[in-house]
Design a protein. Structure first.
Length: 751
């Protein structure tokens, strides 16, 4: 039998009608049975007549659908359910009729209650929810995601469900199940066909024992949430960070279950959906910020069958995100004060120099060579010397030493490093006359000493200090912070319009246990030995072997790869002879790059050429606005100190008052919360304290939920001291230094 499109729509209409009326038909069976047990009245006979008519209609509809679906693929569950009903129903219906003819109402009632009603219930379970019900559930879930998980809402909006390969079916217990078609055209059921709850409960009980006192986990896979729900019952304090890799599984779940109801029973701290590495790593990074433990990844068992490779890739991403988080902590602890000082002191240099925004797109179609000082640079020096006439040469930070050592003067130096070691690197008169592309956090003495006519500045997205003071918007050149100047150099070249980025000397590892090419003067033999001792990681190199690398280089490589991933229309060429393999690049020897670019020309005075086309310095009006914001920041910092002092005094009294003066203790808690609200909503918190106290803020954010949930006054007062106290102490300790920095920065602005 050929089934046309019209037939399919008709069959769907029949099935939807059956779904709609089956629950009421089953209830009629039960109601009539109760009447037959009691006494038969005229109303009973009327009800029996209507029941028989509806049963007959159901039987005919079932046969119609079953015959139409016979032989069609991918409908096994529906065909099996209909086949079972068609096969059993006539016999049970005949038994009931025979009992009624013999006026054996008890046995007729038994047949209705225990046979026919159960048969109808089974068919109703197998057919599942009406499409309209599922669509309404999807709509409500979409609204919930919009308010609770806006990024997930954005990701799923507009994505069409793939019902050909992902089918919602129902288990024997009536719980929604999912059937997925694999790449080899096999079907896999997500859950047990009989009892998904029992299956999930066994898994949850085992995992609850495993995670013990560390109930923060990353859950790989959500499915329809049964495992999550049961795990939440076993672990009352569970906090879950969910990653669902398959968008289609999530869309099916949105049709099958109530997400808000599910997530209210287990604390879902974060949710990410879809096969996107950046989303995955952001999820784990959030886990690290909120949890006291390393990322503990646990996968639903079915995902090993669906995609073991993707699951293992996620675990690798989680490992990297953990590394990136710890690197971030170390970096903030080491450089936070330097970053803030440089941002404030460089404000005067920024106002007197052109922004990278003036050069947007002016190098359209050109090629940029971003040069690193890896060991592979030395053999490429002769080629690089010739390449300067055909491509824009950008020295990534300290690489300038090696380039000048070999007599190569790049078009631009990129600088982001804020540490004192830069005194050694840039203490060279020849360096000061090369265009310097710097960010506000760059070491300010280097920027101060540079030829002011050779300065160009850009901004970083996470530099909230400068964003506030300069009044920046999306129109300004806000580049992504990458833990290497190479990343900023790449993005700056793209911003200026370069269509190809060539990476030279960017080894991002230590090939043959070498660290730098000749010319690097800022590293002593002792520094090199110490660095190699810490190089305990291995990275695949461009030749298929492995190179040693430090924790920092692993993080840097991954961050650069993420950056390249976001620019699919740019050609990235890796020319390193011995360095690490870099995703999203093609490998090509530098000699071949030179051959390709023979037809292109780049002038030696690149900055002069670009400056001719720009009106680059900030207006007097803009400078006055910046100064006004600076004065406001100073005033707000004085107020911040007062708020912190009041909080500290009240925190000191809380433990004592919680035991002796309960009323006063509660008032003090309320006062502290009000004062703290003024702190976190004030400008200095975001612009200053997030730089100086980032790690303390992360610890506070991690422990704050425990403080907010506590109801015992003695315990809560202690948590106020333990959770908020260290952050307040840390912030107060920096106030004198901040005031000194602001005063010095103001003097620089007046010059």
């Amino acid at each position: 039998m050929n089934v046309t499109t019209t037939d399919i729509h008709e069959l769907q209409s029949i099935v939807e009608n059956m779904k709609r009326h089956l629950p009421a038909l089953r209830q009629s069976c039960l109601d009539i049975a109760e009447q037959l047990y009691d006494s038969v009245t005229p109303d009973t006979w009327k009800g029996i007549g209507e029941l028989v008519e509806n049963m007959d209609r159901l039987y005919r509809q079932s046969r119609r659908v079953a015959e139409a679906l016979a032989g069609l693929p991918d409908n096994d569950e529906l065909q099996t359910a209909l086949g079972h009903f068609i096969r059993i129903f006539p016999e049970q219906f005949r038994v009931m009729n025979a009992c009624m003819d013999l006026e054996d109402y008890r046995d007729a009632a038994d047949c209705l209650k225990y046979e026919l009603s159960e048969l109808i219930r089974g068919l109703s379970v197998a057919l599942g929810d009406e499409i309209a019900v599922m669509e309404e559930r999807f709509r409500k879930n979409l609204e919930y995601l919009k308010s609770k998980f806006p990024k997930v809402h954005e990701a799923v909006t507009g994505v069409e469900p793939d019902w050909d390969n992902y089918q919602i079916i129902y288990s024997r217990t009536g719980m929604p199940n999912l059937k997925i078609r694999t790449g080899d055209n096999r079907w896999i059921r997500f859950y047990s066909n009989h009892d998904p709850e029992a299956e999930a409960s066994r898994w949850a009980a085992k995992l609850a024992e495993k995670i013990g006192e560390h109930p923060d986990i990353v859950l790989y896979g959500l499915g329809f949430g049964y495992h999550l729900l049961l795990l939440g019952m076993h672990v009352p304090n569970l906090r879950v960070f969910i990653y669902e890799p398959d968008m289609q599984i999530f869309l099916a779940a949105m049709h099958a279950i109530d997400l808000e109801k599910l997530f209210s029973r287990a604390e879902v701290f974060a949710l990410a959906v879809g096969d996107d590495r950046v989303r995955r790593e952001q999820l784990v990074f959030r886990f690290m910020k909120a949890s006291k433990a390393n990322a503990s990844v646990h996968a639903l068992p079915i995902y090993e069958k669906l995609s073991l490779r993707h699951m293992n890739a996620f675990k690798e991403d989680a490992k990297y995100a953990s590394m990136a988080y710890f690197s971030s902590m170390v970096t903030y602890r080491r450089f936070g004060v330097d970053w803030l000082r440089n941002r404030l002191y460089n404000l005067s240099n920024i106002l007197k120099s052109p922004s990278l925004g003036n050069f947007k797109g002016l190098l359209a179609g050109k090629t940029a060579v971003v040069v690193g000082a890896g060991p592979s640079l030395e053999p490429d020096i002769p080629v690089l010397r010739e390449l300067k006439d055909h491509a824009v040469i950008i020295a990534a930070g300290s690489t300038i030493q090696s380039l000048l050592h070999f007599g190569i003067k790049p078009h631009i130096i990129a600088l982001i490093d804020g540490g004192d070691i830069n005194r050694k690197i840039y203490d060279d008169p020849e360096v000061r006359d090369i265009p310097l592309l710097f960010c506000p956090a760059a070491f300010h003495p280097v920027v101060d000493d540079h030829n002011p006519e050779k300065l160009i500045h850009f901004y970083l997205r996470e530099d909230f200090t400068t964003q506030f003071l300069m009044g920046l918007s999306d129109q300004d050149p806000l580049l992504r912070p990458v833990p290497s100047v190479t990343g900023e150099a790449i993005e700056a070249a793209i911003y200026m319009g370069c269509s190809e980025i060539v990476l030279a000397g960017q080894d991002l590892s230590y090939p043959l246990d070498k660290i730098y090419s000749p010319g690097a003067k800022h590293y002593t033999p002792e520094d090199i030995e110490k660095t190699l001792e810490s190089a305990k990681y291995e990275l695949e190199n461009v030749n298929g072997g492995v190179n040693r690398a430090t924790h920092g280089l692993v993080v840097t490589l991954r961050a650069i790869e993420e950056l390249l991933h976001d620019y699919p229309n740019i050609v990235f060429t890796n020319t390193s002879r011995y360095g690490a393999k870099i995703e999203h690049t093609k490998w090509e020897p530098l000699e071949r790059v030179l051959e390709r670019l023979q037809g292109q020309t780049v002038p030696g005075d690149l900055l002069g050429l670009l400056s001719d086309a720009t009106d680059s310095i900030y207006s007097e009006h803009r400078v006055r606005e910046v100064y006004a914001r600076f004065v406001y920041l100073k005033k707000q910092t004085d107020e911040l100190e007062e708020h912190l002092d009041r909080i500290a005094r009240k925190l000191e009294k809380l433990p004592e008052y919680s035991r002796t003066k309960t009323g006063k203790c509660l008032r003090y808690m309320q006062d502290i919360e009000r004062e703290w609200g003024k702190v976190v909503n004030g400008v200095p918190f975001m612009t200053i304290m997030t730089v100086l106290c980032m790690n303390a803020i992360r610890s506070f954010d991690r422990d704050r939920p425990e403080l907010e949930k506590e109801t015992d006054i003695v315990r809560k007062s202690q948590l106020f001291t333990d959770v908020l106290g260290p952050l307040v102490k840390s912030m107060r300790s920096y106030i004198p230094d901040v005031k000194e920095m602001l005063a010095s920065a103001e003097e620089r602005l007046k010059d």
